[in-house]
Ligand binder design. Sequence first.
Ligand SMILES: Cc1cc2nc3c(=O)[nH]c(=O)nc-3n(C[C@H](O)[C@H](O)[C@H](O)COP(=O)(O)OP(=O)(O)OC[C@H]3O[C@@H](n4cnc5c(N)ncnc54)[C@H](O)[C@@H]3O)c2cc1C
Ligand code: SF4
Length: 491
Amino acid sequence: MLGGRTNHWGRYSFRNGPYDFKPKSRDGLGFDWPLSYEDVAPYYDKVEMLIGVYGDNNGLENTPDSPDGCLLPPPKPRISDLLMQNRAKGMGIPVVAAHRAVLTQRLDYNRLPAKLHPGNAFAQRIVSEAMQTRAACFWATPCGRGCSIRATYQSTTVHIPPAMASGNLDVLPNAMVREVTVNAQGKATGITIIDKTSGKERHASARVVVLAASACETVRILLNSRNAQFPQGVANSSGLVGKYIMDTVGSSLSAQIPLLESLPPYNDDGAGGAHIYAPWWLYKEQLAGKLNFPRGYHIEYGGGRAMPSASTGASMEWLTGGSYGRKFKEDARRYYGSFVSFSGRGDMIPNENSFCEIDPSKKDVWGIPVLRFHWKWSEHETRQAAHMQQTFADIISAMGGKVRGKPQLDGAKAIAQGGLIIHEVGGAIMGDNPSKSVTNQWCQTHDVKNLFLTDGAPFPSNADKNPTQTIMALAWRASDYIVSELKKGNL
Ligand SMILES: Cc1cc2nc3c(=O)[nH]c(=O)nc-3n(C[C@H](O)[C@H](O)[C@H](O)COP(=O)(O)OP(=O)(O)OC[C@H]3O[C@@H](n4cnc5c(N)ncnc54)[C@H](O)[C@@H]3O)c2cc1C
Ligand code: SF4
């Protein structure tokens, strides 16, 4: 899909915190990144200014504040948000404005482009023009289908139009990349693609090849790029391509809150997604060894009185037993808006048992070998999932609510299947040592100097923070590095 999954993502846009880049130094598990929060922070600033992220600064541990002028004002909390915030506060859980890539006001197209592209009048002009095409959210429609007024960030409306306007971008639709080609000197020369309309093979040559096909697909392309020089796949002298794939730890619980019943009807749609969330709050307890798992999670919270859907009636059957006619209407008015949901999103530590490799026999419709996956959660994650369930149940109880079903305190059963949260990262992890990593801190492969991976593949850990803003910040940082290396004649 042109523009990838940002066309329909959830738009949670978080910064990793300083601990998230040095997890091994804190608890001895997994890997440290070969860079620090300070290295990435200027790019987080730029990403926020370019795409438009609402949120605010709360001075919380490992939950970085943004400099003035980066964030847009958050939408006001919904009624159900205020209740949850109030009750969670009593339990010591901070509930603050969510950070999401939705415009709550128009971007300042006079000020921001100069901050994003200092000294580059041409880039400033095309970015300013693209910013002017985006309106602020009018709180009325389901954003999951994309936003026709361009209030949400998606790459099809934010990155691609100015890139097209630059005259430097050719989009080749229906071009399925199969492999990276390399020359005798071990430099990448381009990519081989299958034209999906004709099934024919084509080649595109390049001075620099950047793969950003999403973490696992980038791994697949590397592993499928085999030749005499790279019999294990391009950039895979370490044997680590495909290893240490990660997802986010996920577990959910929903409930009904009698206090929210029978409220008068009003428009509470908001920015088509969460207005608040709870960042991880138990860093100190964890450091003191008071928890039985090493890494944290944040809570994504759902509630409110958004436009009803066909399933709204069905979602209250567990309370009504399936009412009908007049009673159904009364029940709908009573219960509508009183349902809430909690989703934990937690840190996964890379492990040896979670990896992908080329399937020896299966191919896709274009004749390209596919991946097969191996997955195992460790106790670090399953215990975290059990903690999520207990926390959600406690908050629901503090809200005077009824849990739908019951909390699953067996973490191995509570945890979502690997891959289900769709935050896949890793598979070509970054590091300083070429025998223990695939890329360096610039997303540049150790083996092939003019080959870069700018999706989640180089992540050596998966913090609880949803990964996309970090993917974008690292991609921007890698791009600046590519330009400077090209100017020096190093690529
Ligand atoms: C429903 C949903 C909700 C999500 N919510 C959030 C969220 O709230 N916050 C968050 O941080 N993340 C979220 N994510 C994850 C987020 O979408 C991804 O992290 C992000 O899109 C990754 O960007 P990417 O460019 O690496 O990959 P993608 O967005 O997947 O883009 C890869 C692109 O490469 C193309 N491609 C793939 N293979 C080939 C090939 N062989 N040849 C040619 N082209 C190819 C694809 O068509 C696509 O255009 C969500 C994902 C989904 C699906
Ligand atoms: S609610 Fe969502 S789709 Fe509707 S205008 Fe706002 S951001 Fe766009």
